[in-house]
Design a protein around this ligand. Structure first.
Ligand code: AMP
Length: 138
């Protein structure tokens, strides 16, 4: 059982920000900046690709609302939403979660962004592969 499942079950305390039937949001215990909030589905999926449509829809509905509340409560005018999947991508808690990280002048998410250009041939092949993988939209 992951630590977030224990929070959902009420076995571990949290600073709750929001809750509905499928979603829970609470403050990150080691915030990058003031107001750093985690939004999780109650469903025990490890990564985003494993999440049910029902939980995905519920998260999609709640996330912008919680972002607005974080902005209002902290006074931040910018923020990042971060969502890590897999330990190679810095996921530590193996339960889907979205970080809302307010950006202040001196605090916020640091991002390494090593962009390269996408050539037309590679782009066409990749997009086609992904369209095929999407199948009938699943
Ligand atoms: P990630 O690297 O995306 O898996 O991030 C996991 C996040 O969960 C980290 O930012 C931790 O500070 C946070 N975290 C771990 N345990 C707790 C807890 N009991 N309550 C609140 N946040 C937690």
């Amino acid at each position: 059982m992951s630590i977030f499942e224990k929070i959902v079950a009420g076995e571990i305390p949290c600073h709750k920000v929001y809750e509905d039937e499928r979603v829970l949001a609470f403050l990150d215990v080691n915030p990058i900046s003031e107001g750093h909030t985690l939004v999780i589905p109650k469903e025990a999926a490890e990564t985003l690709d494993a999440l049910s449509d029902e939980s995905a829809a519920a998260i999609g509905r709640a996330l912008p609302r919680i972002c607005r509340a974080v902005m209002r409560a902290t006074g931040a005018s910018a923020y990042n939403v971060l969502q890590n999947n897999g330990s190679a991508a810095h996921q530590v808690v193996m339960h889907v979660h979205f970080h809302i990280i307010p950006r202040f002048q001196d605090r916020g998410l640091g991002i390494g962004w090593e962009a390269r250009s996408l050539d037309a041939e590679t782009g066409a092949a990749l997009a086609e592969g992904m369209r095929k993988a999407m199948g009938n939209g699943q």
